[in-house]
Design a protein around this ligand. Structure first.
Ligand code: AMP
Ligand code: ZN
Length: 113
């Protein structure tokens, strides 16, 4: 999608701090980190949100969850981490390209704000 921020980041048109990349997955540091480690893990193909995951494209979600333990290990998250995806208006999703927040590096709050 030509007007999608994360598609532009994946294409290299907007700079990012890349931490992982394979054929289908791209991961980079969140520009506004909410934890000592805050990485966004995204599919290279444009999927607008979790609500647009289908039988046709769901394999990339498995690819993302295969990448996450590798990224977590590389980032030193030996004591655990949190994975979040925000979806739609009530989920406060601000970028309409499916992404998983990987958060860690400290004991995270156990309740939603
Ligand atoms: P969400 O609110 O779940 O849609 O998350 C979007 C995330 O993208 C936020 O945590 C932002 O800080 C992050 N973000 C926005 N623009 C950039 C960017 N250019 N590079 C890295 N992260 C970004
Ligand atoms: Zn996109």
């Amino acid at each position: 999608m030509s007007d999608c921020l994360f598609c532009k980041i994946i294409a290299g048109d907007i700079p990012s701090a890349k931490v992982f990349e394979d054929e289908t997955v791209y991961a980079f540091r969140d520009i506004n980190p909410m934890a000592p480690v805050h990485v966004l893990v995204v599919p290279k193909c444009h999927i607008a949100s979790a609500n647009e995951v289908t039988g046709e494209n769901a394999s990339v979600v498995a690819d993302i969850f295969k990448a996450i333990p590798k990224i977590a290990a590389a980032e030193g998250l030996t004591n655990g981490y949190r994975v979040i995806t925000n979806c739609g208006e009530d989920g406060c999703q601000s970028v309409k390209h499916l992404h998983f927040h990987l958060l860690g590096g400290k004991k995270l709050p156990d309740q939603m704000g």
